[in-house]
Design a protein around this ligand. Structure first.
Ligand SMILES: Nc1ncnc2c1ncn2[C@@H]1O[C@@H]2COP(=O)(O)O[C@H]2[C@H]1O
Length: 691
């Protein structure tokens, strides 16, 4: 019996708050309406059988024998849900199991043979299928349909198609609703106060009004109820659920009230009572939603933020202008020096007055009675508090937009001031300024890690990988090693830049970092720095020999100079050691390359030593033979015949060689530019570059 119950439970997991088996039919199992992995069961409204493949059930305890103590047996079932919120572990008594059994029996006659087959097959599948994670952004229905051009906007008209809240179609719709909202916000106050609605143009105004109302209605009835939403980390795209979700929101109530047909009272009051349309102003949330969406989507959201703040400022001035006109009309147009004198364009004159009172105190028409004094006080207070706030907001937005540049300027100025105070040479000051300029133009920031630190580790790594991918893909060291080496190292790489001629590593220094060239070129210089041994380009690695400590070698084996402006990634010894500990193959590659370079350098210096020894030897032979000649000529006296002694062939060739080397020897240390011209591409086998 117990075993049977277990089998039963394995096949039909009863959700702890299951309300009835009949709801199975309602609940789509597996993929949702639009193919995403959000099942309505993940929403709070659904207390139905949980049959997702992702649920792993673990039986933890069977307390006693079921046959003997049927009612006291408690099976502790802990449901571990991988991809949805897990309810607290439940203790289901054997009664519950029996209930489940009966529910199943009730269910079986209704379902046909196929369905039971389906169940078994879905059971089998549940063991084998691994649930794919849902896309972090909802898959836009119009993208799925691959509609092109204007056709994709058609999807919004399909009544059963869920709408992606981040998609372009929805944002376009929000733009339309926001336009209608702005029309209402501006025109209701304008028409209610100024005499711009006349019997002749009333039909035009009313047509515009009702077109906007239609948009409002469509928004409440067709669009908002189909908006996908996030629940328990899943995008819910079941239209029943999206509808329920919308109805639960406060926004729904405001949207419905905003559609109140108070304008039916026109029949009683007349069409000039435009103020009856005030509920339309309650759709403010859509206006905000539009700006939020634009803020998310646009590459420079500062424009949207400034636009929104300007909208508020102008709207407040507009309301002030309407109030001023209404007040003037109430007191009597042109009846005293403060009120509007009914001259010129009424709206422009009143808007000008409202702008003046809101932004300045003094030099305004003097109020003459209590009402006017109250109006002016309110206008000024609004100017002082609200406008100051809004203008401050604009300043903040601009400051945020230019923060990185401001910080860069601050650092540069601080550094320049410091060098000037210490009377540092002008050339050094110029170099520092150049370095700042170059680093800023390349990286747009000085500390990359500061920006990325707020991200979770894996995301930070992905961002760093994406940013540096173009360079890292050219590093041969990473190409032959496992991907995880790249992932391990990418966050440890520190971007550094060098100016033309800058020394990156100096021969004989203790090595603390190795480098990967991101852009630019570097020269590996010979011992006397007269010759370029190798030209390293994008993707090349250098500075590793002293870090590997081969044969106890901890010092730099060569001086490396930046040829022009160059950007490198520096990797510290500790980070390299940590990475190589887990990536033996990379350690091997580096070691082989280092060995090869050491051997090449040793061979080269041995050759040079022999060459210089030979030179010295030939100089010595020459000088000794001259001395001998002098001695012999002195001994033979002036009458002695100067007989030339034949020289040995080796001495001759040595002399010729030394003559050649004298010709070839550069008169002075070559400049880097001349060295670039004759740059060799040495060690073709060992340079770790993409090309
Ligand atoms: N002949 C060479 N060809 C290419 N690279 C070299 C050569 N000699 C030295 N290097 C590189 O220059 C670096 C200088 O610092 P390291 O000795 O740490 O590591 C050295 C090598 O990576």
């Amino acid at each position: 019996m117990v075993l049977e119950s277990f089998k039963l439970l394995r096949r039909h997991t009863v959700h702890p708050c299951s309300s009835g088996i009949k709801e199975i039919k309602k609940t789509p199992i597996g993929k949702g309406h639009c193919g995403s992995w959000c099942t309505p069961e993940a929403t709070p409204a659904h207390n139905v059988l949980t049959q997702t493949n992702s649920n792993i059930e673990t039986k933890t305890n069977l307390q006693e024998d079921a046959k003997q103590n049927k009612e006291s047996i408690v099976i502790h079932l802990q449901k571990v849900k991988l991809f949805s919120s897990s309810p607290p572990p439940q203790y289901i008594s054997i009664n519950d199991i029996t209930e489940a059994d009966t529910e199943l029996k009730d269910f079986k006659p209704k379902s046909d043979k196929n369905s039971s087959e389906k169940e078994t097959s879905s059971d089998e599948k549940s063991d084998s299928i691994v649930e794919a994670p849902q896309s972090p952004v909802p898959i836009s229905p119009n993208i799925r349909k691959k509609c092109k051009g204007f056709l994709k906007y058609y999807s919004i008209c399909e009544p059963f198609m869920p709408i992606d809240p981040q998609g372009r179609v929805y944002i376009s719709w929000l733009l339309l609703v926001t336009f209608c909202y702005s029309y209402n916000a501006w025109c209701i106050a304008l028409r209610a106060t100024f005499p711009y609605q006349t019997p002749e143009n009333t039909p035009l105004w009313m047509t515009a009004d009702y077109l906007c109302d239609i948009v409002y209605l469509l928004d409440v009835a067709l669009v908002k109820p189909r908006l996908m939403f996030l629940h328990d980390g899943f995008w819910v795209d079941d239209t029943e659920e999206t509808k329920k979700n919308y109805k639960k929101k406060l926004q729904y109530k405001f949207d419905v009230v905003s559609l109140l047909p108070l304008d039916l009272l026109y029949i009683y009051f007349g069409t000039h009572m435009v103020i009856l349309r005030w509920p339309r102003l309650l759709k403010l949330q859509t206006f905000w939603e539009f700006h939020q969406a634009m803020d998310r989507v646009l590459s420079s959201p500062y424009v949207v933020r400034i636009g929104k703040t300007l909208f508020y400022i102008f709207y407040l001035i507009h309301l002030n202008a309407c109030a001023y006109y209404a007040m003037s009309k109430y007191i009597g147009l042109g009846s005293n020096g403060w009120v509007y004198d009914n001259q010129g364009n009424a709206y422009i004159r009143c808007f000008y007055f409202a702008t003046k009172t809101a932004t300045s105190i003094g030099k305004n028409p003097k109020p003459e009675d209590t009402k006017e004094y109250l109006f002016m006080t309110a206008a000024w207070l609004m100017g002082v508090f609200v406008f100051a706030l809004l203008i401050g907001q604009i300043r903040d937005i601009i400051a945020t937009a230019t923060r990185a540049r401001t910080e860069y300027r601050k650092t540069l100025d601080g550094c320049a001031r410091y060098l000037r105070r210490l009377n540092m040479p002008n050339t050094l000051q110029r170099r520092v300024a150049l370095w700042f300029n170059y680093t800023w133009s390349k990286q747009r920031c000085f500390d990359e890690s500061k920006i990325l630190n707020s991200l979770p580790f894996n995301m930070k790594r992905d961002v760093a990988l994406a940013v540096h991918m173009s360079t890292l893909s050219k590093v041969q060291l990473f190409q032959n090693c496992s991907d995880s080496l790249l992932r391990d190292l990418v966050l440890q790489l520190r971007p550094v830049s060098f100016l033309p001629g800058d020394i990156v590593t100096r021969k004989g220094d203790v090595g603390h970092e190795m480098y990967i060239i991101s852009s630019g070129e570097c020269f590996v210089m010979s011992q006397d720095e007269n010759e370029v041994l190798a030209t390293l380009r994008e993707g090349c690695v250098f500075g590793e020999i002293s870090l590997l400590g081969i044969d106890g070698l901890r010092r730099r084996t060569a001086t490396v100079r930046s040829r022009g402006y160059s950007s490198l990634f520096a990797l510290s010894k500790n980070d390299l050691d940590a990475a190589l500990k887990h990536h033996k193959e990379a350690a091997q590659v580096l070691r082989i390359r280092a060995d090869q370079i050491i051997r090449e350098n040793a061979a080269r210096s041995a050759k040079q030593r022999i060459k210089s020894e030979n030179k010295q030897l030939s100089i010595q032979t020459d000088s000794s033979s001259t001395a001998r000649r002098r001695r012999s000529s002195a001994s033979s006296g002036s009458l002695a015949v100067d007989v030339k002694r034949p020289r040995s062939a080796s001495a001759l060739s040595r002399r010729r060689l030394s003559a050649v080397s004298e010709v070839n020897k550069p008169s002075s240390r070559p400049s880097l530019v001349s060295a670039c011209g004759g740059a060799r591409t040495p060690l073709p086998k060992i340079v770790l570059s993409g090309d």
